[in-house]
Unconditional design. Structure first.
Length: 132
């Protein structure tokens, strides 16, 4: 078994594609329009299946906002330098409706450097400092 993708519902597909590609540096891998079923899909990631897991962005026609609830936690992305990444993406993220919501610093009770950014729909993304 292997992880293929994670699906999140978004309120504005072009804005979300821009956020994940322009802010987080992912590639738009493929799209699918399903007007008869009233939804469109876009898959983004740092590589394609089966070598890499992807994120499926789902836009349901006419739904601009979702209740995120308290069960979903976050998506985690490894970066070489958390502080530099936050500095590089801060303005782009804000322009697209995202934000740095936890500034770079060590994880509570540890030394791993992390930060959090939210996407335009409010999904949390943890940036974790990893050596290359």
């Amino acid at each position: 078994m292997r992880l293929l993708h994670t699906m999140i519902r978004v309120g504005n597909l072009p804005r979300s594609i821009a956020f994940y590609t322009e802010v987080l540096g992912m590639t738009l891998l493929r799209t699918s329009e399903r007007p008869d079923q009233k939804y469109d899909l876009a898959f983004v990631g740092y590589g394609r299946n089966p070598e890499h897991a992807e994120i499926e962005l789902t836009y349901n026609y006419g739904v601009e906002q979702y209740e995120l609830g308290s069960a979903f936690g976050h998506i985690a992305i490894g970066v070489p330098d958390v502080a530099a990444t936050c500095a590089a993406v801060r303005d782009k993220a804000a322009a697209l409706g995202g934000a740095i919501t936890r500034e770079p610093g060590p994880v509570k009770g540890g030394t791993t450097m992390i930060a959090f950014i939210t996407d335009p729909d409010g999904y949390k993304i943890e940036l974790i400092e990893r050596a290359s």
